[in-house]
Design a protein around this ligand. Structure first.
Ligand code: A3P
Length: 333
């Protein structure tokens, strides 16, 4: 009897592609990937083939509504956390948090990525055109796409809100290195820190260059602060109540005096805390449809973990790149 190989996770199926995507990638610059064999540069940013296929499909088919809320993040900046927060915030009347252990709250039985799905990685993946009619308004979606690659209807939509989250590049890099090593199959071995550090510095990372991604949304948030809310992971860690209030104001669902009485802000932060979410059964044992284990989204959740991994030279190099790239923008990490 032959031993059965477990099926490849979907994100590693690089050769099952639409003809359109195959034609496109044949003309694109390419580099060795961190998880998949190859990354391709499209519209100035690096993508795996599966990402690209989803990107093309959602660029073509996604129709934004004026009440939509789109969470956009650089990978490993705390997407899972902010998805949970947005879901709990926007749905606080439907799913009240009046008792801390609100046993039936969806966040206690679903991974945040299920509640706020990715456009290009989930809904429009595999060239799919999803039926979004079951999504209640306001619809909550997420993406890692850079500003230049957003579907036109999102950019054109006058009312839709964009919430952008990023994180200090040194912690982002370490988190990405650790995450991508978990995404690799055992037989692929791990990426060496030094090898992927070089790539990150050259901008060759998932949805990189990191700086171009961040700057694209930073500039839009300055031009149009009613449309784009710009937030850093570190700010949210340091002053969670303040930034959650700002987020609620931005989304037009400010906390009321009733919310204050019911300590809703505190309860949202509590249910979405690293300790709480990482101990929820589905987040410990579950798997997302794209084949990623839910527990890979919860590692340490700390600011400054890069100090345990980067040498002084690496730190200086990344700081210098960051300074040069962000020079004059008003943005600092
Ligand atoms: P570390 O790898 O530094 O621990 P993303 O959700 O964008 O993939 O980001 C993952 C990072 O966010 C990981 O960082 C993870 O531990 C951290 N994280 C996940 N849930 C969190 C939470 N509830 N609060 C704070 N950080 C969280």
């Amino acid at each position: 009897m032959t031993s059965q190989q477990p099926p490849k996770p979907r994100y590693l199926e690089e050769d099952v592609l639409t003809q359109e995507c195959m034609n496109l990638i044949s003309s694109l610059p390419k580099e060795k990937g961190w998880v998949t064999t190859t990354l391709y540069k499209y519209q100035g940013f690096w993508h795996s083939t599966k990402q690209l296929e989803g990107l093309l499909s959602c660029q073509k088919h996604f129709e934004a509504q004026d009440t939509d809320i789109l969470l956009i993040t650089t990978p490993k900046s705390g997407t899972t956390w902010l998805k949970a927060i947005l879901f709990a915030l926007v749905n606080r009347n439907t799913f009240p948090l009046t008792q801390l252990a609100a046993d039936d709250h969806p966040l206690l039985s679903n991974n945040p990525h299920t509640l706020v799905p990715f456009l290009e990685l989930e809904l429009y993946a595999d060239n799919n055109i999803p039926d979004l009619s079951t999504f209640a308004s306001p619809r909550l979606f997420s993406t890692h796409l850079p500003y230049v690659s957003l579907p036109n209807s999102i950019v054109r939509s006058s009312q839709g809100k964009l919430v952008y989250l990023c994180r200090n590049p040194k912690d982002t890099f370490i988190s990405l290195w650790a995450f991508t090593n978990k995404m690799r199959l055992e037989e692929m071995g791990s990426n060496s820190l030094e090898e992927v550090f070089e790539k990150f510095c050259r901008g060759v990372s998932l949805y990189g260059p990191f700086w171009d991604h961040v700057l694209g949304y930073w500039e839009e948030s300055l031009k149009n602060p009613k449309k784009v809310f710009f937030l850093k992971y570190e700010e949210m860690i340091e002053q969670p109540k303040l930034h959650l209030k700002k987020l609620a104001d931005f989304l037009g669902c400010s906390f009321s005096s009733k919310d204050e009485k019911q300590v809703t802000i505190e309860r949202i932060l509590e249910i979405c805390s690293f300790d709480n979410l990482s101990n929820v059964e589905v987040n410990k044992e579950g798997k997302l449809p794209i084949g990623v284990n839910c527990n890979t989204f919860f590692r340490k959740g700390k600011v400054g973990d890069w100090k345990n991994y980067l040498t002084t030279e690496m730190e200086a190099r990344l700081d210098k790149i960051c300074e040069e790239k962000l020079d004059g923008s008003g943005l600092k990490f």
